[in-house]
Design a protein around this ligand. Sequence first.
Ligand code: GAP
Length: 448
Amino acid sequence: MAGFPDVMDKLVSLCKRRGFIFQSSEIYGGTGSVWDYGPLGVELKKNIKDRWWHAMVRSRDDIEGLDAAILMHPRTWEASGHVAGFVDPLVDCKTCKGRFRADKLEDAKCPQKPSKQPGQHDACALTEARQFNLMFKTHMGALEESASVVYLRPETAQGIFVNFLNVQQSMRQKVPFGIAQIGKAFRNEITPGNFIFRTREFEQMEMQFFVEPGTDMAWFEQWKAARMQWHLDLGLSRDRLEFHQHSAGELAHYARAAFDVQFDFGGTLGFQEIEGVHNRGDFDLTQHQQFSSKKLEYFDQVNNKRYVPYVIETSVGADRVTLAALVNAYREEAVEGETEGRVVLGLNPAIAPIKAAVFPLTKKDGQPEMAERIVADLRGAFTVDYDETGSIGKRYRRQDEVGTPFCITVDGQSTGDQTVTVRDRDSLAQDRVDVSQLKGYLAAKLVG
Ligand code: GAP
């Protein structure tokens, strides 16, 4: 059976052309695997982050929010195991100066022609593999000496662990409870790529749920199911989502059990991790206790006992989910009676960057003025766009391509009876709606 098509090149082009995502520092030739979100991209990603924050923090009383700093005490990364163990095996080619992951040579391409894998040309001169730490190092303060080394965090999770007692005590939380945060993370990936799938600077949405030892596997199962449901509610297709269980050999040093939520990106990329759900046991809190010499125990007053809680972690990449949402939504369709088809981003309306576009059918008869009044009224409640240029068909196509779920047209009838047509992006059905009912009409359709 043929899999989902590879739409990545088309998406990269659409994202640039329509203001979703640009290459970082493009005028200087770009920065390797770093991307900037343009006006529509930032709205889309923000809608996804807000949805996660709402589901994880605002709608629950057992999870607290946090915004920890990117720069942390360097001992943090010794305790977490990142200084010693956050490494990938790296080989250099002395001929082409390329750098490749020694364990992923089969996925890499030697820059020499014809296209082969590194090491397969006679001229290739690969070095022995050496361990390369993926953390970005910098210096704190004016002196660049070894004592001043700090790291850009490679995951947001550690900011949560070191604040476990601060949050628990200040918010008078009782185990089981969780701490959630959204923030930037940095990894000096050897082989980044596939657009915003693997980048060197990215955003994570992580939640650590602290539980009593012995109850951890039941919580692990609950969180696994809840997180899969979140991706489905976001609009990702059921047949593009699956769990991948980590075998004993794949488990990270901290994990007692782990499942990835994988999404099928189509083409040769296929199913790839978008989120990890891990049972981290008491690894992190115990390590931080040891390295900081500060107790990180929870006192259970009801049962009069102290213990170091176990942690169930849910860790999802905001950029990776944004890419999954874009890939999932992209479609090309024939349009009846037209030679040119249309490109549609069939995003869940709730995360679409523009919720409604308003068009006057013509530039006369008071139609632009009425359309502008509608825009002014809707703005504030929704992100709206006004467009009066080009044929109405072209205007619809422009909005379809960026995923706008509703197009509102002011026509000859509108100025008389104060009604407009509302066109649905997916069904193409048009409803005639009274202008006074427009806000409620859109709000009802945008729930979900
Ligand atoms: N705290 C656990 C942790 O960081 P991870 O599996 O290394 O686990 C979690 O990362 C998620 O972060 C991944 O599922 C992915 O969505 C995202 N992620 C990791 N590395 C990334 C990268 N280089 N670029 C974009 N997203 C990345």
